[in-house]
Design a protein around this ligand. Structure first.
Ligand SMILES: C/C(=C\COP(=O)(O)O)CCC[C@H](C)CCC[C@H](C)CCCC(C)C
Ligand SMILES: Nc1ccn([C@@H]2O[C@H](COP(=O)(O)OP(=O)(O)O)[C@@H](O)[C@H]2O)c(=O)n1
Length: 324
């Protein structure tokens, strides 16, 4: 507790150059006590960045972690100098790269399904698992500007439009329909897949890499729920007493992989220096979040609320309570 209090004291000692905001709303560029793996701008440490009006959207629309009791935020890393045009160039390049990755992923699994290398159901689930986790893994290639999260959100936004256009049969992308739907009905794109990309947008814009909340939501939705389906379909003989559509094997997989992938992703982002966690309590907190998400996913509510909404939203709720 004492170390956290001293951390918070150092955080709050950070001064804002202009508008005086409530102390808990400070923008943080903390000298990292841990040397991140990729320390592109060592001279950033111990620097005070002027607060500008550009920071207000990121203060108003995303969780401000500075008053968190369990983690603190450091300056995110920037590949180039703090020159605005370099940051925009970096974000445009990163957006293009991730966009190509998204199209390539769907194309690869479409071909694997076409050539009967894997079944359509497995293809869809692997796209479900990999899309969000690879998207999340790409967040560090964006700049440290306040707009970076919006550049990143362009990719799921474009895919959202793609799903809507194809789901309404206004355009025809047979590869997308084949690799992302259960029975090959384009209308299916407007259900699980659309919810999925909406959550990617929400996680990027509302939480970004400043907080464990969005990271855990995607880990549970993509890693946990995706693997639960793969394992549950194959080995789920023992059904849950309150839901004959779900099994113990599926739910145990959801908890296990959701927990492990959450921890892995949190280690990844803390190793890069985006924020630090009090690991003595983090494992327990993540386990609790994973348990709640697993219980929510096991409930017979899919007809009412898609798993791609109930799982990440319940994760966000509990993670905000756990991590402040
Ligand atoms: C199959 C998907 C959801 C269906 O879920 P469920 O019904 O089985 O529960 C995922 C749909 C993925 C979407 C079409 C493509 C999203 C791409 C993503 C925004 C960016 C990925 C970038 C990365 C570098 C590959
Ligand atoms: N907890 C779970 C989740 C899924 N599953 C299996 O995976 C199948 C698909 O699960 P789901 O309805 O959650 O699929 P999506 O909505 O995630 O596409 C189920 O019909 C079960 O066979 C399971 O056995 N146990």
């Amino acid at each position: 507790m004492e170390s956290i209090m001293s951390h918070r004291a150092s955080i709050l000692s950070f001064t804002l150059a202009t508008t005086s905001l409530p102390s808990k709303m400070s923008i943080l560029q903390q000298p990292t006590t841990r040397t991140p793996l990729l320390n592109f701008c060592p001279n950033l440490q111990n620097q005070t960045r002027a607060f500008t009006t550009k920071d207000i959207p990121s203060l108003l629309f995303h969780h401000n972690p500075s008053n968190s009791s369990s983690f603190k935020v450091y300056s995110s890393l920037n590949l180039f100098s703090s020159d605005q045009s370099n940051m925009i160039l970096q974000d445009v390049g990163a957006t293009g790269l991730v966009m190509v990755g998204a199209y390539s992923l769907v194309l690869v699994f479409d071909n694997l399904t076409k050539n009967q290398v894997i079944q359509q159901n497995l293809s869809r689930k692997l796209v479900h698992v990999l899309s969000g986790l690879l998207f999340l893994s790409c967040w560090p290639i964006f700049s440290n500007s306040a707009e970076a999260r919006y550049f990143a959100a362009v990719v799921p936004f474009v895919n959202c439009a793609r799903l809507i256009l194809n789901g309404l049969s206004l355009t025809t992308d047979a590869g997308l329909v084949k690799s992302v739907t259960r029975e090959g009905n384009p209308r299916e794109l407007l259900k699980g897949p659309l919810c999925y990309v909406l959550i990617l947008i929400l996680s990027a814009v509302a939480y970004w890499r400043d907080s464990p909340v969005g990271i855990m939501s995607l880990a549970m939705m993509c890693g946990g729920d995706g693997v639960a389906d793969i394992i549950g379909r194959r080995y789920g003989k023992q059904k849950l007493p309150y839901n004959q559509q779900k099994s113990w094997a599926g739910s145990i997989s959801m908890f296990t992989f959701g927990f492990l992938i959450s921890i892995g992703m949190l280690k990844y982002f803390t190793a890069l220096g985006y924020f630090e966690l009090d690991w003595s309590s983090t494992m327990g907190r993540v386990a609790l979040v994973s348990l709640v998400a697993t219980i929510v996913e096991s409930l017979p509510t899919t007809e009412v609320l898609d798993d791609n909404l109930s799982v990440p939203l319940s994760t966000m709720l509990v993670a905000v309570l756990m991590f402040g």
